[in-house]
Design a protein around this ligand. Structure first.
Ligand code: SAM
Length: 280
C-alpha cells in the first residue's frame, strides 16, 4: 500500500534542488533542434496547492520555494527554475506548485514527447485530469521502474529520465539501482537523474558504492543539505545523481548550491556536495 503524498512536501528544499537540476538539464537539452523524450518514473499528480490541508500541515514550502521566489539576487540556474514556478501560477501570488511533469511540460517543444508513470490510484487520476487531452503525453498507472526499462531506448534516441521514488518499500533503494543499471544498458547515451533523500547516510553511501561498482560512466552527484546528518530528524539533505549530465550542469550547480545552502540551511548547518562518481 502506497501512503506517500507529495502534497505534504511540494516546494520544499528537496524539490528546489530536484527541479533546479531538472530545469537546468532540460534547458540544455532543448537547445538542440532534435526531438527529446522526457520520462518521469514517479510523476506525482503534477500540481499542488499551497492552501491544501496537507501543505498547510507541514508548511515545508516555507523552507523551500517561498524564501526564493521574490529574490532579485538568485543565481541564474535557480532563477530559471523559479521562473517555471511563477509561470505555472500565472498571477502575482504564489498559490500552486507545479511538480516535475508540469515543469517539463512548460519547457518542452511541440516535437517532444513525455512518458509519465504514477502508481497511486488517486495521484494517477489527478494527473490524468491535469494533463487530459495533451497528445504529447503518454500516462500509465504502472510501476515506473518497470516502465523505464520497458521504454528504453526511446525512438528519438535523445532522452531525459527523472527517477524520483518515494522510497516507501524496504528494498526500493536496491530496486532503483538495479533498474537504473538495466536502463543504462539499453540506452547508454540517455541523461538520467536519480533523486535520493538522506534520512540514513549509510543507505546513501551504499547506493553510491553500488552505482560506482556498476561501471556506468560519466556520473555526477549534487546534494543540498539543510542540517547536518542526523538519525533523529528525518530528511536533512537530498541529492541528485546524474548520468551523462550536460557539460554545463556542474558549473551551474557550483553557482547555485552554495547560495541554496546559505539561504535554506538551518542554524548555519546548510551544506552541499558536488562530486564526480564516475569519469566520462
Ligand atoms: N516527481 C514528482 C515531482 O517532482 O513533482 C514527485 C513524485 S513523489 C516524490 C513520488 C511519487 O511516486 C508519488 O506520487 C507516489 O505515489 C509514486 N509512486 C510510488 N511508487 C511508485 C512506483 N513503483 N511507480 C510509479 N509511481 C510510484
Amino acid at each position: 500500500m502506497l501512503s506517500y503524498r507529495h502534497s505534504f512536501h511540494a516546494g520544499n528544499f528537496a524539490d528546489v534542488l530536484k527541479h533546479t537540476v531538472a530545469a537546468s538539464i532540460l534547458d540544455y537539452m532543448l537547445k538542440k533542434d532534435k526531438p527529446l523524450c522526457y520520462l518521469d518514473t514517479h510523476s506525482g499528480c503534477g500540481a499542488y496547492s499551497f492552501q491544501s490541508s496537507e501543505a498547510l500541515k507541514t508548511k515545508e514550502f516555507n523552507n523551500g520555494i517561498f524564501p526564493l521566489w521574490k529574490r532579485a539576487d538568485l543565481p541564474a540556474p535557480v532563477a530559471r527554475y523559479v521562473e517555471q514556478v511563477v509561470e505555472f501560477n500565472a498571477q502575482s501570488k504564489l498559490m500552486h506548485y507545479p511538480g516535475s511533469p508540469s515543469i517539463a511540460r512548460q519547457m518542452l517543444r511541440e516535437t517532444d514527447r513525455m512518458f509519465l508513470f504514477e502508481l497511486h490510484p488517486n495521484e494517477f487520476t489527478n494527473m490524468r485530469e491535469n494533463f487530459s487531452g495533451d497528445r504529447q503525453i503518454k500516462m500509465a498507472k504502472k510501476d515506473g521502474l518497470e516502465g523505464l526499462v520497458a521504454n528504453m531506448p526511446p525512438k528519438e534516441r535523445r532522452g531525459f529520465i527523472l527517477i524520483d521514488p518515494s522510497y516507501e518499500i524496504k528494498n526500493e533503494y536496491d530496486l532503483v539501482v538495479e533498474s537504473l543499471i538495466q536502463a543504462v544498458r539499453r540506452f547508454a547515451t540517455g541523461t538520467y537523474a536519480l533523486w535520493y533523500p538522506v534520512v540514513n547516510r549509510q543507505v546513501i553511501n551504499r547506493m553510491e558504492r553500488e552505482l560506482k561498482k556498476s561501471g556506468i560512466k560519466n556520473m555526477q552527484l549534487f546534494e543540498l543539505g539543510i542540517q547536518a546528518d542526523s538519525a533523529e530528524r528525518g530528511m536533512t539533505s537530498s541529492g541528485m545523481i546524474v548520468i551523462n549530465p550536460p557539460w554545463t550542469l556542474k558549473k551551474e550547480m557550483q553557482e547555485s548550491l552554495p547560495f541554496l545552502a546559505d539561504t535554506l540551511g538551518q542554524d548555519g548547518q546548510g551544506f552541499y556536495r558536488i562530486e564526480t562518481l564516475a569519469a566520462e
